[in-house]
Design a binder for this molecule. Structure first.
Ligand code: ATP
Ligand code: MG
Length: 359
């Protein structure tokens, strides 16, 4: 559901490299959608969360970044990282991961959707035949720092790392996934598990899925062990609608799914706080791409699709669907595609074409 006044404050953070080239195209399409669908986007641009900012200030973000950002309805992010000047772990920890933690963005959402004009490594699939969402738990699970390393360097060396699952943490991501499935025409959910091998946490995950499913009688659901599931992503991707997974399994699936449906330049993602108590962040899957930065040839589709996801999240579903349709219209035209899709259009030409198609 959208805000009654349909006035959205968006923190716009281009970041580094091609982020600075694709974000303006995303904003162009956003503005166009706002004019056509009668809502208002108030942009607040920020130069931090970038390696340029780091070069000037010795840190990725100002100490008072939360005050400076205020309370926007969402964050529209480009890409961060410039390994030549700042090591990736510093740029990442100092920016995106701060948002994720401080804003409790406990869902990572990525689509796997086959678009026209985008070559898929899966042969013989029609555009539209693959269309599902991957919901990854983003705050706990396998990525904990709980464990120990003993007797290092000796032949008695022991290394332990724990998986942490909480009922609160599991239930909230499952609730989001079931809600999403409930809004989709197919109303189907698949849970990634491995309860035949991981004997404590994964049976708990399965049990919570079952309990949550009972609250969504209209959603059909099934579960797959992660090994079979990865094979099914490649062999039968058309059977999925919403796939929900723990942090590690979700990490793997959310690279595999988009890889089955195209190139890195078109994939979007959301880091979402579904409760609405904090802003969610939308960004393309790709990084800052130093190898092509500054040339005006980056594909803006991942950023523009991220804008559509953001509008969907804000409740502007008609505008979001229209942006997707405009993206598909443009991708059907070889001449309007960027170089990564064997086209000749630059970043700006492609972005303008999508805005034009929207009109
Ligand atoms: P990350 O910064 O997320 O770790 P990375 O640095 O490994 O990712 P990217 O910056 O995403 O990788 O770039 C990987 C490759 O894909 C590069 O060769 C880059 O040029 C290409 N690429 C990435 N995004 C785009 C885009 N939008 N358009 C065209 N090519 C792209
Ligand atoms: Mg990078």
């Amino acid at each position: 559901t959208n805000k009654p006044n349909r006035r959205y404050t968006i923190a716009v953070i281009p970041g580094d490299g091609i982020g600075k080239e694709v974000v303006p195209e995303g904003v162009r399409v956003l503005e166009c959608a706002a004019a056509l669908y009668g809502f208002t986007v108030e942009q607040r641009w920020h130069d931090f969360a970038s390696c340029d900012y780091y070069a000037r200030h010795g840190r990725m973000m100002p100490e008072d970044w939360k005050e400076r950002i205020g309370s926007p309805d969402a964050i529209f992010f480009g890409a961060v990282g410039w390994p030549e000047t700042v090591p990736d772990h510093i740029s990442l920890w100092g920016s995106l991961l701060q948002f994720r933690r401080e804003y409790d963005q406990y869902v990572n959402l990525r689509p796997a959707r086959l678009l026209p004009g985008v070559p898929s490594p899966l042969a013989g699939r029609e555009p539209g035949s693959i269309d599902f969402w991957i919901v990854r738990e983003n705050t706990e699970g396998e990525y904990s720092s709980v464990g120990g390393h003993m007797f290092a360097g000796t032949d008695r060396e022991v290394v332990i790392q724990e998986t942490v699952m909480t009922r609160f943490g599991v239930d909230r991501v499952l609730r989001y996934a079931f809600d999403l499935a409930n809004r989709r025409p197919n109303r189907h959910l698949t849970s990634a598990t491995k309860s035949n091998g991981i004997a404590i946490t994964m049976p708990f995950w399965d049990q919570r899925v079952e309990a949550m499913a009972a609250r969504y009688p209209d959603v059909r659901w099934d579960k797959y062990h992660i090994d079979i599931l990865t094979a099914q992503f490649v062999l039968n991707p058309d059977r999925f609608d919403v796939v929900v997974a723990s942090n590690l399994f979700g990490d793997i699936l959310s690279d595999l799914g988009p890889a089955c449906t195209g190139t890195i330049g078109v994939a979007p993602s959301g880091n979402i706080n579904p409760d609405g108590t904090h802003p969610s962040l939308f960004e393309p899957v790709h990084g800052s791409a130093p190898d092509i930065a500054g040339k005006g040839i980056a594909n803006p589709v991942g950023q523009i699709w991220s804008a559509a996801m953001m509008l969907d999240h804000l409740g502007e579903t008609a505008a979001a669907a229209a942006i997707m349709a405009a993206i598909e219209t443009v991708l059907k035209e070889p001449g309007l595609r960027t170089a990564d899709l064997k086209g000749k259009a630059g970043t700006e030409a492609c972005g303008k074409a999508i805005a034009e198609a929207l009109r």
